[in-house]
Design a protein around this ligand. Structure first.
Ligand SMILES: Nc1nc2c([nH]c(=O)n2[C@H]2C[C@H](O)[C@@H](COP(=O)(O)OP(=O)(O)OP(=O)(O)O)O2)c(=O)[nH]1
Length: 129
């Protein structure tokens, strides 16, 4: 049986820009772009998870806004339910703890990145909102 993960990610707006982060070479899905977030821990709500992960990975504070449609995706060695939330940057200096780099992009630039496969439908839905 391959593992299944429930993962929450945040589409964070900072003024008119959206934050994307690139996975490091030593992570799974190396160098793919994603929205910051991570696996839900036992007894944790989706909103608690996203607040915790954003603090751990980026050391910034966000206000969580709206839940978008989750995506189910099968990678060759694991499967995920990826649950996106829109969010607003509220403060703190961004420090990357795990990722290779970050970019703040205009909405129309999002499709130029090499996204993790599970993120592709999320980017597409977000561009329609
Ligand atoms: N955080 C995040 N993870 C994503 C996205 N898209 C996507 O396929 N994933 C995958 C990558 C990871 O395997 C998993 C999220 O787990 P995680 O962020 O806690 O990853 P991790 O550090 O545990 O990674 P690893 O140690 O297992 O290599 O979901 C996304 O947009 N955001």
């Amino acid at each position: 049986m391959i593992p299944h993960y429930r993962v929450v990610c945040a589409i964070i707006h900072q003024q008119d820009k959206i934050l994307a982060v690139q996975r490091s070479e030593n992570m799974k899905l190396p160098l793919k772009w994603e929205f910051p977030g991570g696996k839900i821990e036992p007894n944790e709500s989706e909103q608690q998870c996203i607040q915790r992960e954003i603090k751990e990975e980026l050391d910034i504070d966000i206000e969580v806004l709206q839940r978008l449609n989750p995506v189910l995706h099968d990678y060759p060695d694991f499967s995920i339910e990826l649950i996106p939330y829109t969010a607003k940057y509220v403060g703190g200096d961004l420090k990357l703890k795990e990722h290779a780099q970050h970019r703040l992009l205009d909405k129309h630039e999002l499709q130029e990145l090499d996204w993790a496969e599970a993120d592709v439908p999320i980017v597409e839905e977000y561009l329609e909102v």
